[in-house]
Ligand binder design. Structure first.
Ligand SMILES: NC(=O)c1ccc[n+]([C@@H]2O[C@H](COP(=O)([O-])OP(=O)(O)OC[C@H]3O[C@@H](n4cnc5c(N)ncnc54)[C@H](OP(=O)(O)O)[C@@H]3O)[C@@H](O)[C@H]2O)c1
Length: 163
């Protein structure tokens, strides 16, 4: 499993805390195609997309035949006047790729079970957690904007009040 992140601190966390075999910093390793070839010389079977744009474009070329792309987010494409035009989409045909969007709204009914299962996994150490906690409602706008510059390292939370 290989990940990409925007700082060396995050790259190290992927490798040391989150069980990734390898990871690269897409901000310093700007040739994403070369980074993919180096980290995944045999190609990609499954790509979990949280970024979209140029990363998705490079990944498509590096997918193995009959690979799967789960599209969860495209954070590089939000709030742009002109979104990046993905150029390599046609490889979906010869590579027989399956590309599928997933949205949490379709799984609300499973939330209580998710909460119960995930709490147990975290307690048992099966799932690692890193959180960034901002204090107070007034810190919420900055915390939200920080997602787009990558200033959060872990899951960004905002504490409204402590009881
Ligand atoms: N499908 C769904 O139901 C669903 C629900 C919620 C969220 N999402 C999506 O899931 C993804 C992660 O969301 P999250 O709330 O968990 O946030 P997150 O991963 O905690 O924070 C967003 C991270 O994205 C990276 N980023 C920001 N701008 C970027 C860019 N232009 N190119 C590449 N990376 C960029 C930053 O890290 P770096 O330092 O690595 O750049 C930032 O820390 C987002 O795409 C979001 O839209 C999907």
């Amino acid at each position: 499993m290989v990940g990409s992140a925007g700082s060396n601190e995050k790259v190290n966390l992927l490798k040391t805390k989150f069980g990734f075999d390898n990871a690269f910093n897409y901000k310093s390793d700007t040739d994403i195609a070369a980074a993919l070839k180096r980290c995944l010389p045999d190609g990609i079977d499954i790509y979990f997309d949280n970024v979209g744009g140029a990363t998705l474009d490079a990944v498509l070329l590096h997918m193995r035949r009959r690979g799967r792309v789960a599209v969860c987010g495209m954070i590089s494409q939000y709030n742009l006047e002109e979104p990046y035009g993905v150029r390599n989409l046609s490889v979906v045909i010869p590579k027989a790729l399956r590309v599928e969007g997933i949205s949490f709204v379709d799984y609300f009914d499973l939330y209580p079970k998710f909460e119960e299962d995930m709490a147990a996994y975290i307690k048992e150490g099966k799932v690692a957690v890193v959180e960034d906690i901002a204090e107070g409602f007034e810190s919420a706008p900055a915390a939200l904007l920080g997602l787009f510059s990558g200033s959060n390292v872990g899951k960004q939370l905002v504490v409204i009040t402590r009881v």
